[in-house]
Design a protein around this ligand. Structure first.
Ligand code: NAG
Ligand code: NAG
Ligand code: NAG
Ligand code: NAG
Ligand code: NAG
Ligand code: NAG
Length: 510
C-alpha cells in the first residue's frame, strides 16, 4: 500500500470527517462471469461486438462457439461449459470435447440468474422467487431462497437471502461439512472448489472451509477488505487483492510455488477463474486472458483470445450501486453498458456516499478527496467558535459546520502529533502507517508497556490494521462504521480470550 501523503505542511492539520449514519448490509449481488475454464478449454464473452458471442481457446486454437447469439454470462466445471443467453430466459451447455450446443432450459417468463457449473452438473437461481434449480443434480429445498449460489465437486452451496447463512446440498458429504463449518457466519459471497469453498463475510474477511488436504484453507490474511475476486481449484485457492489487483494463491501442496510467477509481479486482474490445478485471469490492462499454474501446459501463457467484456452488457442504467465500467459502451459496441462488479469495496463506498450526502441524493463527491482551505473551514465553523464545538478527543477538537454549498459537516481540528525519527519531525500517520504496512508493528508500540502476549498481539494487530484503513485518503478505501465496530469487538474478544482462532469470527450485525 502507499502511505498517505502528508495532509498539510503546517503544524496544524484539519481532517474532513464524514457524518455517520447506521449502515445497512450490502444489497443483493449476482454471479455473472464472462470468463469460464474447464480442464481443457478457456472461454470468454467477446468485447467490441454488438452480439456478445463466446470464443474458446482449446488445443492451441481459438474457436468461435455456435450459436452466434448474445450471452450474458458463462460458467464451467471440469467437463461442462454453460452459457446464460442475454435476458436470462434460456441457457445452453456444451461438452468441451466437441463444443456442440445443447439447450437445457427455456422459459417465456422465468428469468434465471447465477448460472453455476460444478463437476458435470449445473444450477441457477430463479429471479422471481430466489429458488434454485439444478440439472443432473438434486435441486435444493424450495424453502431456501438464495441470494447467490456456487457449485463444486458433487455439492453446491448458497447464501440464504433471509439470514445470509451458508447452506449446501448434493451427494457429496463435503457439502454437509462445509455448511456445518460456515455455521452462523453471515456471508456476502461464496465460491466452491472441488472439495472446499471460500467466501467473504459481510465484514469483508475471506474465510475458507472444507478439505484442507493441500493447505487450501490457509488464507494468507484475515483482515477486512484485503480481497475481492476469488477462485478455487481442486486443491488451491486464489484471490485478487483489492489494493492492487494482484492475484495471490495458496494451497496446492508441494506445487504451491508454481502459482507464483515473476511475470505477474505487476499484472492487475479484473476477474479470475480456476481450473483443477491452474488459474486464469482477465487482465486490467487490456482484458486479455493469462493462465498459469502447475496444471497449465506451458506454466504460464497469454492466450490468443480476443479482448473480453469484464461483465455482462446490460440495457438500462441498472448500475446505480457501483457505477459503470470505464469505456463500457464501446466494449458492448452499442448494445448496452457494463456495471462495475458489485464488490464489497464499492458497496462500502456506496454506503459512505449515502452517509456523506445526508438527505441530499445528488452528491457525487463521495469517492473523491476534497480539499478545503483553512479559510473555508473557518467560515464554515464561524472561525472555530466555541458554540460549534461538538466534541474533543486526544488528537483534537471536533466542530459542527456548514459548507458554502449547504452541506453539513463535522470538522476535526487536530494538533499534529509529532514523532522525532532522525532529524525531521513527522505526523503519527506518516510515522506509523508505513511501519504497520511493513509488518513492523512492534516498533510503534510503547516500549514502557510490557510486550503483548500472543492473543493481545493479534488484537493489537487488528486494531492497527483498522487504523491503517481508516486513514486512507479515498472514501471507498475506508471501512464502514459497522465494520469498525465489528472488528473492535473482535479485538476485545481476543484480549479477553473469547476467540481462539481468526476463522471463528462471527458477525452478528443483522
Ligand atoms: C455473427 O453474426 C453477426 C451478425 O449478427 C455477424 O456480423 C458475424 O460475422 C457473425 N459471426 C460469426 C463468427 O459467424
Ligand atoms: C431463513 O430461511 C431458512 C430456510 O427457509 C429458515 O430455516 C430460517 O428459519 C429462516 N431464518 C430467518 C431468520 O427467517
Ligand atoms: C448459531 O445461532 C443459533 C441461534 O441463532 C444458536 O442457537 C447456535 O448456538 C449458534 N451456533 C453456533 C455454532 O454459534
Ligand atoms: C491447513 O493446512 C495447513 C498445512 O497444509 C496448516 O498449516 C493449516 O493450519 C491448516 N488450516 C486449517 C484451517 O485447518
Ligand atoms: C491436487 O489436485 C490434483 C488434481 O487436480 C492432483 O493431481 C494432485 O495430486 C493434488 N495435489 C495434492 C497435493 O493433493
Ligand atoms: C494485451 O497486451 C499484451 C501485452 O501486454 C499483448 O501481447 C496482447 O496482444 C494484448 N491483447 C489484446 C487482446 O489486445
Amino acid at each position: 500500500m502507499t502511505p498517505p501523503p502528508p495532509l498539510s505542511s503546517a503544524a496544524t492539520i484539519i481532517t474532513f470527517l464524514t457524518i455517520i449514519a447506521a449502515t445497512s448490509p450490502p444489497p443483493l449481488r449476482s454471479t455473472s462471469s464472462t470468463l469460464a475454464v474447464t480442464s481443457s478449454t478457456v472461454c470468454v464473452i467477446v468485447a467490441g461486438q454488438p452480439t456478445q458471442t463466446i470464443q474458446c481457446y482449446k488445443n492451441s486454437h481459438t474457436l468461435p462457439i455456435s450459436p452466434n447469439i448474445s450471452f450474458r454470462s458463462i460458467s464451467a466445471g471440469a467437463d461442462l461449459l454453460c452459457g446464460l443467453i442475454s435476458g436470462g430466459f434460456s441457457f445452453l451447455c456444451w461438452d468441451p470435447r466437441n463444443l456442440l450446443p445443447k439447450r437445457i432450459y427455456y422459459s417465456y417468463s422465468n428469468r434465471l440468474t447465477d448460472l453455476t457449473v460444478g463437476n458435470s452438473h449445473v444450477c441457477a437461481i430463479q429471479a422471481n422467487n430466489g429458488e434454485a434449480l439444478c440439472w443432473r443434480f438434486p435441486s435444493p429445498e424450495v424453502a431456501w431462497k438464495f441470494r447467490t449460489i456456487t457449485s463444486g465437486g458433487g455439492f453446491s452451496c448458497g447464501i440464504l437471502k433471509n439470514n445470509s447463512r451458508v447452506v449446501c446440498w448434493g451427494e457429496s458429504e463435503i457439502g454437509d461439512e462445509i455448511q456445518r463449518e460456515f455455521g452462523n457466519l453471515t456471508m456476502w459471497s461464496i465460491v466452491a472448489g472441488v472439495s472446499h469453498a471460500c467466501g467473504l463475510t459481510q465484514t469483508g474477511i475471506l474465510i475458507c472451509k472444507g478439505s484442507n488436504s493441500s493447505g487450501q484453507l490457509d488464507v494468507p490474511s484475515h483482515l477486512p477488505f484485503e480481497f475481492e475476486g476469488i477462485a478455487m481449484g481442486s486443491n488451491h485457492s486464489c484471490a485478487i487483492q483489492s489494493k492492487n489487483g494482484l492475484v495471490l494463491c495458496w494451497g496446492g501442496g508441494s506445487r504451491r510455488s508454481e502459482f507464483v510467477r515473476d511475470e505477474l509481479k505487476y499484472e492487475s486482474f479484473e476477474a479470475i477463474e480456476a481450473g483443477l490445478d491452474f488459474i486464469c485471469g482477465l487482465t486490467t490492462k487490456n482484458l486479455s486472458v493469462i493462465c498459469w499454474g502447475p496444471g497449465w501446459s506451458n506454466g504460464l501463457s497469454l492466450l490468443p483470445l480476443p479482448m473480453a467484456i469484464p461483465g455482462p452488457c446490460v440495457q438500462s442504467s441498472s448500475c446505480s450501486i457501483c457505477g459503470v465500467y470505464p469505456n463500457s459502451d464501446s466494449l458492448c459496441a452499442g448494445s448496452g453498458i457494463i456495471c462495475k462488479s458489485s464488490s464489497l469495496k464499492c458497496q462500502n463506498s456506496r454506503t459512505l456516499r449515502r452517509q456523506r450526502s445526508g438527505t441530499s441524493t445528488s452528491s457525487k463527491q463521495g469517492d473523491r478527496v476534497e480539499k478545503f482551505s483553512l479559510t473555508e473551514l473557518g467560515v464554515a465553523t464561524s472561525n472555530f467558535s466555541p458554540e460549534n464545538k461538538i466534541g474533543r478527543g486526544s488528537f483534537g477538537t471536533v466542530y459542527r459546520g456548514e459548507l458554502a454549498d449547504g452541506r453539513k459537516v463535522a470538522i476535526k481540528r487536530g494538533k499534529r502529533a509529532v514523532f522525532k525519527e532522525g532529524l525531521s519531525p513527522m505526523g503519527v500517520v506518516e510515522y506509523a502507517v508505513p511501519l504497520i504496512a511493513a509488518g513492523e508493528l512492534d516498533s510503534v508500540l510503547d516500549k514502557r508497556v510490557a510486550p503483548p502476549d500472543v492473543r493481545e498481539a493479534e488484537a493489537v494487530e487488528l486494531v492497527a490494521y483498522i487504523a491503517k484503513h481508516c486513514v486512507k485518503l479515498q472514501g471507498w478505501q475506508r471501512p464502514s462504521i459497522t465494520d469498525i465496530v465489528a472488528n473492535l469487538e473482535r479485538a476485545l474478544a481476543l484480549c479477553e480470550g473469547g476467540i481462539s482462532s481468526p476463522t471463528c469470527y462471527t458477525d452478528n450485525s443483522q
